[in-house]
Design a binder for this molecule. Structure first.
Ligand SMILES: *Cc1c(COP(=O)(O)O)cnc(C)c1O
Length: 434
């Protein structure tokens, strides 16, 4: 596989997409961001860097990932064809490794021997620790105390890979606090340290750089769909959105096409228990403009600008903001962002598992659920590509707990629920837990 990094439009000189993005950071970090930007600009046209990245994506990650026609899911939905872009097939189980490997290579190229990362559920921490082990870099991962408690297995994985996991006890002891600590570390150790950021968020140039590294997803889809359907663009692309990196990775190769050639680009946000419940992570539907982690974006924050803690069934979508380029897409109508609840995601996960033998990550299950609704809307002539951002092995214990709870709830035992379950053509939940 040969690789050239795409040349999508860059943000303006201040790192802005429209009014979003920028560099809201302490002054001490500006030289570091400039250094990073220059190094990245040089690397992205350097054949040595690109060949090394291409080799690792092929031999280590296992790219290209498949583009797979989900026939039984398509039949079930009864409308447009549904293809799955199989990022769950990547080594370490999700799209995050694409970006981590590229940033770790860049760190080594810049002569930085120490990398740091933030992590919530541990997915980005594990991918960063993996890349650091592969390239022989020292790795420190900041993680909230609450997340450390919830994600013991990923914490151990990172340690096994040789990373040091630093516990963060400020704020709510979760992802946003871990990110603050990582930024603090970077300010202090900027000379020998590279900050591996996990999504299309943070100060410029991170959102553009992470987008470019993840766009391998959409660039592969163009070629694969041309083979399968005789056209490079589907009618619609659906991807889940936390910070937004897997979504931008599959959107970006299409986002700058003229409107008439552009597929519908749809990001599914985590609506948790509902956008009106206050327990969600839907930054476009339920947020307002604010600044977090160096960037202006749609954000869950109150009238005083304080962050409202996000909630989602899936740890990877549990981020209070959404990357600036997505904000810009939303404002200009390039992409749409729709809320999908916890319960709907759980339904999407069970549906894909039963019909295709693929257990998706709970994050990706948000996109699956919406794709089924959209397939009906588009009708049988339509083609949809869903970004299956990761595999669900990490979520199986949590799904077991949730389905047990559901089975024990009074509604599940009411006569109506039992009879409607009996008539439902969909898989019976009891069988899953049996
Ligand atoms: C981390 C993660 C996400 C959310 O991150 P984005 O930057 O929005 O892509 C989605 N899916 C999986 C499987 C993840 O691990």
């Amino acid at each position: 596989m040969s690789l050239t990094l795409p040349t999508y439009p860059q943000p303006d000189a201040r790192g802005r997409y429209g009014r979003f993005g920028g560099r809201y950071v302490p002054e001490t970090l500006i030289p570091a961001l400039d250094e990073l930007e220059q190094a990245y600009n040089a690397a992205k046209t350097d054949p040595e860097f690109l060949n090394e990245l291409a080799r690792l994506l092929t031999d280590f990650v296992g790219r290209p990932s498949g583009l797979y026609l989900a026939q039984r899911l398509t039949d079930h939905a009864g409308g447009a064809k549904i293809y799955l872009k199989r990022e769950d097939q990547n080594y370490t189980g999700a799209h995050k490794i694409n970006n981590c490997l590229a940033q770790a290579l860049l760190a080594r190229r810049m002569g930085k021997r120490r990398v740091i990362a933030e992590t919530g559920a541990g997915q980005h921490g594990v991918a960063s620790a993996t890349a650091a082990a592969l390239l022989g870099l020292e790795c420190i991962v900041y993680m909230g105390a609450e997340d450390i408690r919830r994600q013991a297995m990923n914490v151990f994985r990172m340690k096994l890979l040789g990373a040091e996991v630093r516990e963060v006890t400020s704020g709510t002891s979760t992802l946003k606090d871990a990110t603050n600590e990582a930024i603090r570390d970077w300010v202090t150790n900027v000379r020998d340290t590279f900050y591996i950021l996990g999504s299309v968020v943070g100060p410029h140039p991170y959102p553009a750089m992470v987008r470019d590294f993840q766009s391998v997803i959409g660039e592969e889809v163009k070629v694969q769909l041309q083979d399968l359907e005789g056209r490079a663009a589907p009618d619609a692309i659906v991807a889940c959105v936390g910070g937004g990196s897997n979504a931008i990775g599959i959107f970006a190769p299409y986002a700058y096409l003229p409107p008439a050639q552009r597929p519908r680009l749809i990001g599914t946000e985590a609506a948790g228990e509902g956008v009106d419940s206050g327990k969600h992570a839907a930054s476009v539907a339920g947020g307002r403009i604010g600044v977090l982690h160096g960037s202006l974006m749609y954000l869950l924050n109150d009238a005083e600008g304080q962050i409202v803690p996000p909630h989602s069934i899936s740890a990877g979508l549990d981020y209070p903001g959404i990357g600036p380029e997505h904000c810009y897409y939303s404002e200009t109508g390039v992409a749409e962002y729709v809320p999908v609840t916890d319960a709907q995601a759980l339904e999407g996960l069970q549906l894909l598992t039963r019909l295709e033998g693929i257990i998706p990550a709970l994050e990706s299950a948000h996109a699956i659920y919406h794709a089924v609704q959209l397939a009906r809307e588009l009708g049988p002539e339509g083609v949809i590509v869903v970004n299956l951002s990761g595999r669900g092995d990490k979520d199986v214990a949590e799904v077991m707990r949730l389905l047990d709870l559901e089975a024990q709830s009074p509604e599940a035992q009411s006569p109506e629920a039992l009879s409607s379950a009996a008539q439902s053509p969909e898989p019976q939940r009891e069988e899953v837990t049996a």
